[in-house]
Design a protein around this ligand. Structure first.
Ligand SMILES: Cc1ncc(COP(=O)(O)OP(=O)(O)O)c(N)n1
Ligand SMILES: Cc1nc(C(=O)O)sc1CCOP(=O)(O)O
Ligand SMILES: [Mg+2]
Length: 211
């Protein structure tokens, strides 16, 4: 049963772009995206704080679910909708501070053992990756593929889930057919010839998420 130790999220988070700038956040919220992540890598807190403040303000203005990757202290300080953390981050994060501040928590997983670890933290959602090969991030593991994804979805039953990794417009229907509640994408939008058309088509397929 879905009984997270953090505020719940809708079962279906729908299309979930993961982007590295406030400019992308603004563009995508303006065309109707309702779940989004700011993922800026390898900067000091003081270098990203202004971006996090701006992203949170946009999330509020567009009534969207804005997750902050990695910078959980700043996400708490500026009251983002949620935080996304990797497995290694879990060890160095004071989860009780995220919980006490009322932020949602998403956790990455890449196999059944990592799902065990994630479930023990009782997050708001569980991300499952990487489904297909990806150029966006160097991955230490092999792609899981659709069959493994489907098996994780079956295992997780009513837990909100997000698939990530190599999800293109062409592959999205097969990913969604596994029953996953959300598809997180980077390059399918940010590297598209026409990002607006790609976003509209992905929104058509995955939806904006449940209320
Ligand atoms: C929705 C979603 N799923 C997985 C990830 C990967 O997060 P993480 O393991 O913390 O790796 P980095 O993104 O920090 O490189 C994600 N960001 N979003
Ligand atoms: C940031 C990230 N995390 C992954 C994971 O499996 O945890 S895959 C990934 C990159 C996803 O980018 P694209 O949509 O361009 O393949
Ligand atoms: Mg991270």
């Amino acid at each position: 049963m879905y009984q997270p130790d953090f505020p719940p999220v809708p079962f279906r988070l729908g299309l979930y772009p993961v982007v590295d700038s406030v400019a992308w956040i603004e563009r995508l919220l303006a065309v109707g995206v309702k779940t989004i992540q700011l993922r800026i890598k390898d900067k000091q807190d003081d270098e990203v704080e202004a971006d996090i403040i701006a992203a949170v303000a946009l999330g509020r203005r567009y009534d969207a679910r804005l997750f902050i990757n990695d910078y959980w202290r700043l996400a708490i300080k500026h009251q983002a909708y949620g935080v996304h953390l990797g497995q290694e981050d879990l060890e160095s994060t004071e989860l009780e501070l995220i919980r006490a501040a009322g932020l949602r928590l998403g956790v990455s997983t890449h196999d059944n053992m990592e799902i065990d670890v994630a479930l023990a933290a009782r997050p708001s959602y569980i991300a499952l990756g990487h489904v297909f090969p990806t150029q966006t991030k160097q991955m230490p593991s092999a792609p899981q593929g659709l069959e493994q994804l489907a098996s994780h979805i079956e295992r997780l039953a009513d837990y909100p889930t997000v698939a990530i990794g190599g999800i293109s417009l062409e592959r999205a229907p097969a990913v969604l057919a596994t029953g996953v509640g959300s598809i997180a994408v980077v390059s399918a939008i940010t590297q598209a010839d026409d990002w607006e058309a790609a976003t509209a088509q992905l929104l058509q397929l995955a939806g904006v998420g449940d209320e």
